[in-house]
Design a protein around this ligand. Structure first.
Ligand code: ATP
Ligand code: MG
Length: 287
């Protein structure tokens, strides 16, 4: 092996050993932020070691959940392109969410490392070598049964996926391949699939001390991205401190809020109240 080839292989092994290093080296313009890294690393570790963990990731609105998922998928596709492996991403609907997610993944794969091996199949399967990511609708009317995930199974926008559909159609996809399962989204009610899993996984965390729930409230995003904090604070200004959301610490549908403790989303609905319009959909209390 030539010296140059040996150096290249060492470099590749390095970027494939850590999703953060991969992101910094391969996607410097979108390098994962500090608050995105712990969840991305925990998922990658569970896939890599075949731990088949279930994890939940709840970030504030517009803080980069889909960006993290796209980069994690790009990392896994690159890492497993010779060995092979499947990722399945279930979403409330293929259009527009699945197509937007697919396009973002394809765009992130335009790096030199993966560009020439990236293929799109049947409109919703992205392949790099022998590894693939398949986007599937988790709507009640979609026929998504019969797929298998052996690396990773993702419930994206899990707050909008009906729990019984997930349990019957998607959850079994991870069983035979020992895949890791991730529930990703924004908390807006205590009765969603995301809230249910956060509650269950928080209990598991308490019993064995392994972090499985990754919450990023808006204030944490704001410390790294001041413009984001300014935007949310402006919404707090519009909403007013006397608004029921502020006073009760409840969560608005599509809110900014991420509860800091699972018990706050464990049971019962956190009602959506307040005036119509965008402000209604914000919540800026709590964390
Ligand atoms: N690490 C990053 N580097 C650069 N841009 C980023 C990063 N993370 C997120 N972004 C950008 O921030 C914007 C919002 O990201 P994204 O769509 O992933 O957020 P989200 O949490 O999924 O939003 P929503 O709550 O609406 O579902 C996008 O334009 C995305 O490219
Ligand atoms: Mg999103």
């Amino acid at each position: 092996m030539t010296l140059a080839r040996a150096g290249l292989e060492r470099g590749l092994a390095l970027v494939h050993s850590d999703v953060g290093a991969f992101s910094r080296a391969m996607l410097p313009e979108h390098a994962l932020r500090q608050y995105q890294l712990p969840a991305a690393r925990a998922i990658a570790e569970s896939v890599d070691k075949g731990l088949a963990r279930e994890l939940a990731v709840a970030f504030s609105r517009q803080s980069g959940k889909d960006e993290m998922l796209a980069q994690l998928c790009a990392f896994l596709l690159s890492r497993y392109r010779f060995q092979g492996g499947n990722v399945v991403v279930g979403l409330p609907a293929l259009r527009p969410q699945g197509i937007i997610a697919r396009d973002r993944l394809v765009e992130r794969l335009q790096m030199p490392l993966t560009r020439h091996q990236t293929r799109l199949r049947e409109g919703t399967i992205v392949e790099v070598g022998r590894a693939s990511v398949r986007f599937l609708s988790a709507s009640r009317n979609a026929n998504s049964r019969g797929n298998t995930a052996d690396l990773l199974l993702v419930a994206n926008e899990a707050q909008d996926i009906e729990p019984d559909v997930w349990d019957a159609v998607f959850a079994p996809m991870a069983a035979s391949g020992n895949a890791t399962t991730v529930f990703l989204g924004t908390v807006w009610s205590g009765t969603t699939l995301l809230a249910r899993q956060m509650h269950l996984l928080s209990e598991l965390e308490r019993s064995d001390g392994v972090q499985r729930v990754f919450r990023v409230p808006w204030r944490e995003v704001a410390t790294e991205l001041p413009v984001y904090g300014n935007y949310v604070r402006r919404q707090i200004g519009l909403l007013g401190e006397q608004h029921p959301f502020i006073k009760t610490g409840g969560a608005g549908r599509r809110g900014w809020f991420v509860p800091s403790r699972a018990s706050r989303v464990g049971a019962g609905d956190i009602s959506t109240v307040g005036p119509a319009g965008w402000v209604q959909r914000c919540l800026c209390a709590g964390d």
